[in-house]
Design a protein around this ligand. Structure first.
Ligand code: ADP
Ligand code: MG
Length: 460
């Protein structure tokens, strides 16, 4: 396969810009920046898409217009072929086991648009370490799993990125599937619910959409905040109706969000429904819990890391558990690359940018934008521009992630600084955190070197 030539990339961007007025919608706008041509052979352009959902949307709705526009831009007839890009392998995560009980609808053909993604096999109660920061939400989740539709309905869990919301929610899913195999458990992220609904409207299948979502016994809605933005009122209204239909028939509903109901931009009726149940938050873990999580991970993954080194990792990687796990992965990966022992010295060297969290630096998003712009060699202003060039988009996502991690801005504040809405910011922060956790070498190197650059600028 030939590399994507700059010409092909340019033609692709022209084609996307050309069809945007025709295809524009939340799903198209949110995902199209993550889609790029890989190369072209015998008139077939291979296009990388981030996940099967986007592949589906591409093939079913966008491909025709994009193919015509691209053929026109290149000046010859072309075909498109979509491939799901495989993410960098996570060195420590075992392959997920998918429980069979999840939304397998016997009488209707399985429809990819409505299928619940399999749960992550690692996200169970057994592997969830309990500490003061999560004791209460963990107990609530376990009570819900034992008695779905009982006292804690709905259960609303909120907290920052990477603190264990998805883990706890999926643990409920696993437990219910195990204890009550007759119950239909559906896990859906707010983002996916939104796409399903948008697709259903476009294809005139809202009846089917409602029937599917309303036949659920345990409904797990992760990252609800995606549904709760001003422009998405139809999706929110649909969510409200689904919620009511399930609630009134005593079905269990669990919702997670990055903020409590009172801070969500939603209809007061929905807010009061959420507040009727149990609302509880997961806080950042203390150092003992962080250490216990690391010890747990090491024994699950059979990694041999001395306790003093784990203690160091627990002390420096304090932002969230995702960051904590990312630090461990980075350390173990560096040791294996260098064929060295995992020692305290290696940890100090390898994780020096993590200790930045200890210092109370007066850093603004401005200085982060500047450092990122310099690192990637971009034009001033590129980061806040509308450019969707892959390199600019990545730099922008890194800058958003660092604004969150270092300056501790809220998603809404970052959105304002970058001229984007908060769901785009959440998507960016999660994507970069995931790439770091998966040990992506380019992103890890960029984040370390930019952080170092900022630190030097601050202390000089
Ligand atoms: P959130 O959904 O809040 O952003 P996740 O549930 O995805 O966070 O958690 C991030 C990572 O941290 C996951 O790999 C998860 O397994 C791990 N994790 C979070 N909390 C715990 C815990 N209490 N014990 C063990 N692992 C945890
Ligand atoms: Mg999550």
């Amino acid at each position: 396969m030939a590399d994507a030539s700059p010409d092909l990339a340019r033609a692709w961007h022209r084609a996307v810009a050309g069809v945007r007025p025709e295809l524009s919608g939340p799903a198209f706008d949110l995902w199209i920046g993550d889609v790029s041509p890989l190369g072209c052979r015998n008139g077939v352009v291979q296009v990388a898409v981030p996940n099967p959902l986007v592949q589906e949307l591409m093939v079913r709705r966008w491909a025709g217009s994009l193919r015509r526009a691209l053929s026109e831009a290149v000046g010859e007839p072309l075909e498109l072929e979509f491939q799901v890009a495989t993410p960098a392998p996570n060195q420590t995560a075992p392959p997920p086991r998918a429980p069979e009980a999840l939304l397998v609808d016997e009488d209707t053909p399985r429809d990819a648009d409505f299928a619940s993604p399999p749960l992550n096999g690692r996200f169970t109660f057994e592997s969830f370490v309990i500490g003061p920061s999560n004791r209460f939400p963990q107990a609530a989740a376990e009570a819900v799993a034992k008695n779905p539709g009982g006292n804690y309905n709905p259960l609303f869990l909120y907290g920052g990125v990477g603190l264990g919301k998805t883990h706890l929610m999926q643990a409920i899913g696993h437990k219910v599937a195990e204890r009550h195999p007759e119950l239909k458990v559906v896990y859906v992220s707010g983002e996916t619910f939104l796409y399903h609904f948008v697709s259903a409207i476009r294809e005139d299948r809202t009846g089917e959409f409602r029937r599917r979502y309303r036949s659920v016994d345990v409904w797990l809605v992760d990252d609800f905040q995606f549904i709760a933005s001003r422009e998405r009122t139809r999706t929110e209204a649909e969510f409200f109706h689904t919620f009511n239909a399930l609630y009134e028939t005593n079905k269990q509903i669990v919702v997670t969000s990055d903020r409590p109901p009172k801070e969500l931009l939603i209809d007061d009726r929905l807010r009061s429904r959420f507040e009727c149940g149990l609302v509880t938050d997961i806080k950042p873990p203390d150092v003992e819990t962080r250490l216990a999580i690391l010890q747990n991970r090491c024994s699950e993954d059979r990694l041999r890391v001395p306790d003093e080194v784990l203690m160091y990792v627990a002390q420096v990687a304090r932002e969230s558990i995702r960051v904590l796990e990312g630090a461990l992965v980075k350390l173990v990966a560096s040791a294996s690359l260098m064929q060295a022992e995992v020692t305290l010295d290696l940890a100090r060297e390898c994780l020096k940018d993590y200790s930045l969290g200890d210092r109370h630096l007066d850093i603004s998003t401005d200085s982060i934008q500047q450092a990122v712009t310099r690192h990637y060699g971009l034009d001033g202003g590129a980061i806040t521009s509308k450019s969707r060039r892959a390199e600019v988009a990545l730099a922008r996502q890194v800058a958003m992630y660092l604004s969150r991690e270092i300056v501790k801005c809220s998603f809404a504040e970052i959105g304002e600084q970058f001229g984007r809405d908060h769901s785009t910011v959440i998507h960016a922060c999660t994507k970069i955190a995931d790439l770091l956790a998966a040990g992506d070498p380019d992103v890890s190197a960029a984040v370390s070197s930019i952080t170092e650059r900022i630190r030097l600028a601050e202390t000089s």
